[in-house]
Ligand binder design. Sequence first.
Ligand code: NAD
Ligand code: UDP
Length: 322
Amino acid sequence: MARILITGGAGFIGSHLVEYLLRQDHEILCLDNYFTGSKANLLHLRDHPRLEMIRHDVVNPIMLEVDQVYHLACPASPVHYQYNPVKTIKTNVLGTLNMLGLAKRVKARILLASTSEVYGDPQVHPQPEWYWGNVNPIGIRSCYDEGKRVAETLMMDYHRQNGVDTRIARIFNTFGPRMALNDGRVISNFIVQALTGQDITIYGEGQQTRSFSYVSDLVEGLTRLMNRDGVFDPVNLGNPGEYTIIELAEKVLELINTPSAIIHRELPLDDPGRRRPDITRARELLDWQPTVPLEAGLKETIPYFAARLKQENIPVAASLNF
Ligand code: NAD
Ligand code: UDP
């Protein structure tokens, strides 16, 4: 049994990780400022004897004694990370610095939840870890993608300079239950729009691509990376299945009987044109690959959103087609 700190543990991915690690008999400290996460994500574990919840903002230092740190604290949806961009940079830079300081002091192993956004609008496709990326340093996404790039730099420098036992996971678009209703990312938007009978908003022509990983696959990859010795270079964790945003909308409309129509909205600035992970390194080093195809993941996620809408008394104007 290890003592494990999970920053951002009340968020979408964090809450699944908390649940998984509690099942492995570990003791979990879940740290969150509840900006995009919520206590409701962990309500079912509220009385668990091995879970402790700490309200704390990672931009401030904290002293804790732990064996491992999963550092996830950071808003992940463009809508949320652009809400207060300066805070997003502080969270990525000061937050990672503080967690690295903690890991160094107590000799804990630390894993950073980095992102495929470090590749920016990629000119190499699919994206292997050796690709340095094509990122706009002064754009509206920079607070997040440049923030994560600095966070990766900090991880490598603390490793080289101080011998901190670091791991860097480059996470590609991930979805599943416990995404917030107002998350603003594409899968949650499309499902909520289809369920409530609002029009499905495709940004731009919808020919841009993304690769979507179901959350249970991601959690498996994160824990394998954390527990593999000696992997200090970044590792991509994502599902190589690649879909245009139009194809995604069509998939959602196949699974939900809805009066919603597809409409187009302006493409946000710097929106990457394509994205797909090369997961050779994860396959070789972690013996990991995704097991949940997009449609199976959607069939788990759609009923979750239907239940959430009901909880919030938001009328559902659609029925499920599966
Ligand atoms: P999320 O927004 O649901 O979770 C982030 C959590 O961090 C929330 O609980 C939030 O309240 C907390 N948080 C934010 N700022 C904080 C701060 N300053 N101090 C303490 N807590 C803070 O997002 P998620 O999808 O679960 O993402 C988790 C991590 O994974 C993030 O670091 C994100 O960058 C990374 N990631 C996610 C995806 C994805 O597709 N979901 C892809 C790439 C990377
Ligand atoms: N997108 C869309 N409609 C929406 C939300 C997003 O067409 O309602 C598009 C967005 O422009 C991007 C893709 O879907 O091309 C993925 O967006 P998301 O915000 O989920 O993630 P990211 O852009 O960070 O990969």
